[in-house]
Design a protein around this ligand. Structure first.
Ligand code: ADP
Ligand code: MG
Length: 145
């Protein structure tokens, strides 16, 4: 899936793409999501959680910023939403750096552009764009720099 682009035609397809993606994740633990409000980032993250075998309901972390769940493989899935984060200090207080540096974590970050200096070299970037009411364009890219 890496370096591919998909168009999904409804919410369920985006979730399914997340499930499929979760099963392909190897040797990478940071997944950066970009795109406007309503573009499908949380929907995709819910799919990733499901694909990792998490049964809890995945609530959008917008207000809490960081939520974590145990996967069926004894990893920790972190779902982070940086929409409300404004400063480097906020990131430090949330312990973002520690979360990103632990290889036992699988971290999905909405509004990852706010990571600034904390952005890890090796990551998967996924861009979501709103095409029309029901279509979303989802572009995957592996970055290692
Ligand atoms: P974000 O986290 O990027 O703000 P959400 O996943 O919370 O986005 O919301 C996406 C919204 O768009 C939901 O209301 C969903 O029902 C709707 N939607 C319509 N078509 C799609 C699609 N193809 N993929 C994902 N969501 C879609
Ligand atoms: Mg969201």
């Amino acid at each position: 899936m890496v370096n591919k682009t998909f168009i999904t035609n409804n919410y369920k397809e985006t979730k399914k793409l997340g499930i499929k993606f979760a099963k392909e994740i190897k040797n990478i633990n940071v997944i950066c999501l970009y795109g406007d409000l309503g573009a499908g980032k949380t929907t995709f993250a819910q799919g990733v959680a499901q694909g990792l075998g998490i049964e809890n309901r995945i609530i959008s972390p917008t207000f809490v910023i960081v939520r974590s769940y145990k996967t069926k493989n004894q990893k920790i899935f972190y779902h982070i939403d940086l929409y409300r984060v404004e400063t480097k200090r906020d990131l430090e207080e949330l312990g973002i750096e520690e979360i990103l540096n632990d290889n036992n974590n699988i971290v999905v970050i909405e509004w990852a552009e706010k990571l600034a200096n904390f952005l890890p070299k090796k990551r998967i970037e996924i861009n979501f764009s709103y095409e029309n009411k029901s279509d979303r364009k989802i572009m995957f890219r592996l970055v290692n720099q």
